[in-house]
Unconditional design. Sequence first.
Length: 299
Amino acid sequence: MSIEVQHITKLYKDQKALDDISFKVKNAEIVGFLGPNGAGKSTMMKILTTYIEASEGTAKVNGFDVNSDKKKVQSSVGYLPEHNPLYTDLYVKEYLNFNANVYGTSKSRIDEVIKLTGLSPEAHKKISQLSKGYRQRVGLANALLHNPEVLILDEPTTGLDPNQLVDIRNLIKNIGKEKTVFLSTHIMQEVEAMCDRVIIINKGKIVADKYLKDLRAGQEQIVIVEFDYRVEDAFLLKLPKVTSVKNTHDFIYEITFSTSEDMRSHVFDFAHDNGLKILQLHQKNTSLESLFREMTSST
Ligand code: ADP
Ligand code: MG
């Protein structure tokens, strides 16, 4: 297991920025940590990279405890912090050289990460002369210097233009073939474009944890039906493959099925057999987009 988080809570004074968070990330997975601003994403990442300590709970990265084995955690993770702080007065090579010395990495590794992150054409420039996209590459190159097992990237694509976005996403996807990548974003398209799995966080709590292939395959389906009269939930629960029934409004029901087969005809037959009339019948979108909206809309 690359990342193991157990019951992490983080208090800033009396505000709970993280509230009993638990999850695991397997080797070489690309996991998107998705949530609105203020959800607690950066706080979680700072704990995993040992920059701050949790108030309660434990976390391990690459098998090492973030509290008792800080040094080993640090050598296991590459971290791109939010806003990517760089020394902009330095030349790209100078900057990477400086950090390579801090890490004790070989000089040949600098050329390797420059190549890996596509920095070669800009490597002779001052960081202040680079576009935002290339600055992100410098941040990524820096995070990769000590060849860590796990990459923790805090909003790596924020502020990039559409072309830069595509480039950085491809780069991260490529890196993710070998390394575990845990990246945060508040943009769900980002997760769709890059990740194997999404963990959605809202107000310090995990509200969803799904593999995108399951979301795409539509292994779950919600049918919305309006009858002309009230129906007992227990009655609807007799439908095949039904997992739950919710009466959302007057005679409107949301019926969840555990199948990708279109279940609307079953609902139609059910109504017919029981002398009910159907006023509306459709499938609810169970895409990442609707999941995100449902899980993070404030009430
Ligand atoms: P995200 O990265 O998802 O936008 P953060 O982890 O940065 O969220 O913040 C989560 C919550 O914790 C926010 O309400 C934020 O204001 C608060 N917070 C973050 N850092 C601190 C801090 N150092 N002191 C006090 N409150 C903080
Ligand atoms: Mg943040």
